[in-house]
Design a protein around this ligand. Structure first.
Ligand code: COA
Length: 263
């Protein structure tokens, strides 16, 4: 069967929530070069559009979030091309991780290899109870190439990282929850509703405060405690320049719901 010519990534808005969907269901949403680039563009656009407050990232079809980097495309790569493919994916994933609006991975099925790497770049992960996650590259004679060894290490620690990468066997969503790899596990039938409810909650929160916290966590994960604490104090000071901070504290004192405008 020839592959669909539909764009590899689709985008839909639900109010202030942008849903970005990897759209290669007949290849279980495997990440080829074109899909990596389309995702990068989709995240650039979501970053630039003020009306977008939260991003939900998912995969098309009932089976997979993303089943990895595209094995057919990788099969013929030279070492130099392999390195370039890794850099291309790594650049895109860094873009996702460095988004200043919250990004939620809605893990609707297999999140393997590059799929787990992509999910780990998101700020939060909600998984269906049917999802399976892993770094199975060893079965292909490969290693993770989009940051998997590094992000899994920071997310779940050395023992879990070495087990997932060296053994290569996928784990179920409950085990991923125990290891801290996903934030929530929900029944598959409720995945979309529960993820969108979480996204809605974040869409109503103060955007500049969300941004400050994402920045603090991103920076803090990559520097020493002194620098991280200093950075948090600077960000804390900065939110005092926002209207939203005045609104949030006033609303508390006036016993009403705040209305945050991102100002
Ligand atoms: N790259 C390219 N194509 C992939 C893919 C990947 N990572 N994962 C799945 N596909 C393709 C299959 O080749 C198949 O295409 P075809 O119908 O043209 O033959 C299609 O997606 C469906 O996959 P299939 O293997 O038939 O589904 P399954 O339900 O039997 O198995 C998986 C599902 C996820 C267990 C299996 O597809 C798999 O192991 N995929 C590779 C996972 C992996 O190693 N990822 C890391 C890559 S570095």
């Amino acid at each position: 069967m020839s592959e669909s010519t539909a764009p590899p990534v689709s985008v839909a808005d639900h109010g202030a929530i942008r849903v970005i969907t990897v759209n290669r269901p007949d290849k279980l949403n495997a990440l080829n070069g074109a899909t990596l680039d389309a995702l990068h563009q989709a995240f650039d656009a979501a970053a630039d559009e003020a009306a977008v407050r939260v991003i939900v990232l998912t995969g098309a079809g009932a089976k997979a979030f993303v089943a990895g980097a595209d094995i057919a495309e990788m099969n013929t790569l030279t070492p130099v091309e392999g390195r370039d493919f890794s850099l291309r994916g790594t650049r895109m994933m860094r873009r996702v991780e460095r988004m200043t609006k919250p990004v939620i991975a809605m893990v609707n099925g297999f999140a393997l290899g590059g799929g787990l790497e992509l999910a780990m770049c998101c700020h939060l992960r909600v998984a269906a109870d049917t999802a399976r996650l892993g770094q199975p590259e060893i079965n292909l004679g490969l290693i993770p190439g989009f940051g998997g060894t590094q992000r899994l290490l920071r997310l779940a620690g050395r023992a879990a990282t070495l087990e997932l990468c060296l053994v290569g066997a996928p784990i179920d969503a409950q085990r991923a929850l125990q290891l801290g790899i996903v934030n929530r596990v929900v029944p598959a039938a409720e995945l979309e509703a529960q993820t969108m409810a979480l996204a809605e909650q974040l869409a109503n929160a103060a955007p500049l405060a969300l941004r400050g916290m994402i920045d603090c966590v991103n920076i803090g994960g990559e520097c020493g405690i002194e620098e991280g604490l200093e950075y948090e104090s600077v960000q804390f000071g900065l939110v005092f320049s926002t209207q939203d901070m005045r609104e949030g504290t006033a609303a508390f004192l006036e016993r009403r719901k705040p209305a945050f405008r991102g100002e």
